[in-house]
Design a protein around this ligand. Structure first.
Ligand SMILES: Nc1ncnc2c1ncn2[C@@H]1O[C@H](COP(=O)(O)OP(=O)(O)O)[C@@H](O)[C@H]1O
Ligand SMILES: [Mg+2]
Length: 219
C-alpha cells in the first residue's frame, strides 16, 4: 500500500502522523518492510530517522528523500523491496505532492477542525480529482488533528458535516487525533507514540487513536 500524507497547509501534522503510521506498520507482525519517503530535503522525516538510527531504535526504518521530476521513478524502483510506502510531503502546492498522487493508493490529509484549515481542502480536492484521471484508484481521506479532548466539543462533528456537504471527493475518517503534548516528543526522540515510555501523559489514549487511525487507513 502506498500512502501519501499531504495537505496544502503546513503545520497540520503531516510529518507527525506520517511517522506514526510508519512506526505502527513497522511493528505489525510479518509487515516490517515499510519505507518512509520525505519529499522535503530539509524535512522532518530525514531528521527523525537520523535520530532513530543514532539511538539504535528497533525496528529500523528506512527513509529516502524524493524530489520532483525523479520521485515516481525512484518509488517504482524501490516498490518491490517494501510492503508499504508512506510519503510525507511538504506543505504548499508542491510539485512532489502532485507527482506522488499519480501512483499512490491513498492520500491522508490531516487538518485542524477549524474553518481556515478546512477551507484548504478545496485545493486538495481539485488536485485529487485531476490526478484520478491518471490514477483512478486514488482514495482521499481527511482527518481531524489537534482535536479538542473534551467529548462535548462540537468542532469535529461540524468538520464532519462540512466535509460531507462540501468536499465530496474526500471521505472523513472516524478517528480524530487529539491535541496532546506527547506528539511533540515523537519528533525529537525518533519514535512513534507506541515507542514512548508507558508513563508519558496521554500514552494509552494516543496509542489507541494511532491504532484506530492506522486500522482505518490500511482497511
Ligand atoms: N495531535 C497533536 N497534538 C499536539 N501536537 C501535535 C499534534 N500533531 C502534530 N503536533 C505538533 O505540531 C507541530 C507541527 O506538526 P508537523 O507534523 O511537523 O506538521 P506538518 O508536517 O504538517 O508541517 C509539531 O511540533 C508536532 O509535534
Ligand atoms: Mg512536515
Amino acid at each position: 500500500m502506498m500512502i501519501v500524507v499531504g495537505a496544502q497547509k503546513g503545520g497540520v501534522g503531516k510529518s507527525t502522523l506520517g511517522l506514526n503510521l510508519t512506526v505502527w506498520r513497522a511493528h505489525q507482525p510479518g509487515h516490517s518492510k515499510v519505507l518512509l519517503i520525505d519529499t522535503d530535503a530539509q524535512g522532518s522525516g530525514q531528521l527523525w530517522v537520523s535520530i532513530r538510527t543514532r539511538q539504535g531504535i528497533e525496528p529500523k526504518i528506512s527513509c529516502v528523500i524524493g524530489q520532483a521530476g525523479t520521485i515516481v521513478d525512484a518509488i517504482r524502483a524501490l516498490q518491490g523491496s517494501f510492503d508499504d510506502i508512506v510519503i510525507d510531503t511538504k506543505g504548499d502546492e508542491s510539485t512532489e505532492l502532485g507527482e506522488v498522487l499519480e501512483i499512490a493508493d491513498k492520500v491522508v490529509t490531516p487538518l485542524r477542525p477549524a474553518m481556515f484549515d478546512i477551507a484548504t481542502l478545496g485545493y486538495m480536492e481539485k488536485l485529487v480529482k485531476s490526478k484520478r484521471m491518471i490514477n483512478p484508484k486514488l482514495q482521499a481521506l481527511v482527518l481531524a488533528n489537534y482535536a479538542p479532548s473534551n467529548k462535548g466539543n462540537t468542532k469535529v462533528p461540524r468538520m464532519r458535516r462540512t466535509v460531507a456537504e462540501q468536499y465530496k471527493g474526500y471521505r472523513m475518517l472516524e478517528t480524530a487525533i487529539v491535541n496532546r503534548s506527547l506528539y511533540d516528543l515523537c519528533g525529537e526522540r525518533g519514535k512513534g507514540v507506541m515507542e514512548l515510555p508507558k508513563g508519558t501523559p496521554g500514552f494509552a489514549k494516543a496509542c489507541e487513536e494511532i491504532e484506530q487511525l492506522a486500522q482505518e487507513v490500511w482497511a
